[in-house]
Design a protein around this ligand. Sequence first.
Ligand code: ATP
Ligand code: MG
Length: 447
Amino acid sequence: MVGGCVRDLLLGKAPKDFDISTNARPEQVHRLFTNSRIIGRRFKIVHVVYGQEIIEVTTFRSGSSEAVQSRDGMIVRDNSYGTSIEEDSERRDFTINAIYYDIDNFSLLDFHGGLYDLTHGIIDIIGEPDTRYQEDPVRMIRAIRFKAKLGFKLARRTEEPIGRLAPLLLNISNARMFDEVNKLFLTGHGLQSYRELKHYNILDLLFPGQEEFIGSEKYDSFIEYALTSSDQRTLQQKRNKPHFLYTVFMWPKIQKLIYALKCSYQSTPNPPDNYGIVSEACAQALQTQHSVTAIPMAIGTDIKNLIYLAYQITDDSLQASEIEKLAHAGLFRAAFDMIKLRAQFEPEIIPYVKFWQHYYDEAQERFNQAKQEAEARRQNRLDKRKSRRGKGKRGRSMREEEYPLSQADKSALLTAAQESFDKDNSAQRQERLARARAWRAAMNLDP
Ligand code: ATP
Ligand code: MG
């Protein structure tokens, strides 16, 4: 095991996912697990799927000799495999992400002083920072994400190039940037990520065309408030969805576009209706955003519909007959959340919040009931499948329900990792820590 799971277990946190590193080739791993698929073009990896849980399996990487690089030094493809863990560790991003937990003998392998950095709250890149960021600029965002998530500091040498090299992020594919932005904002530390990105002047890069708002106090408070509530949702184990995030970030821009379009159509003979204007404003804003973070079609449609619904429920010309219909719309709860958020900063919205609150409570109740029913149906299906399997032949292919990663398995892993960490508090570890400490002091690396 390597990466975030080892790091988070050692910090006493529940890992988000498990990453496995192995000398088996992707095709070999895939052959072993019928519940797996090979993914990735830049790096081939194998996803082994257990229901909602995905175990990411990567084959040891070798030195970068066979990697294909672009003119800027960015690695565009690299499927050159290595033979040793040590070699693999050099290709990982930060020292704290390169601690391996060897399940053969329950020991920790730490080739870059990651344990030292972990105990001192330091994020330090492996190797020469400029080269590593040029190879993959996403590492800059990852550094900031881990700083936000763990509350660590960036080592001086890891922090220094970010201001200079951040524009390289524009060379990253928009699909990958979409994933990265989701990880920054939707996983429980969105507020802190926002503050850090602002600190490193990266927000303008991530949300183009919003520069005029990003500096303003009102926009800032609006976003901070929205992110605080989505972080709270994560704590309550509720899911945060990308369409809401982008709607919040793009809201002031879209509002301005709507206003401009309305003005420009004022003197035309057949102006579009409100839906047409909202659609046009959203299309313009989404096109700009898409140049940095791909917005999948379905999410783009949700953003447009959400904005239109939020617009309708604050429209005084709304007919009484339309109220029930809007309250039953799929995105109604999100639209209500949106206007509730706005009401914090625009007092004229408060009466609409009061009006729709009752419809929101009803919609929430319908949602909870539908969720319970769906869960009962799922459980029923699982029970039926289990009883059928009990009667069937043995030795069939591995299926997800037969090998669930139970809570007990996870706790056992956690206990074993922590025991190993404590045991490692031996002379050997002390010696390694002292070496890492001396090295850091000599290189003047501490933040
Ligand atoms: P989390 O899953 O909590 O977000 P993580 O560190 O596990 O954090 P993953 O994206 O799951 O992040 O990556 C797993 C591991 O793969 C990392 O810990 C790191 O060792 C390595 N890794 C991921 N992305 C990169 C990268 N861009 N450059 C180098 N190594 C990387
Ligand atoms: Mg991970």
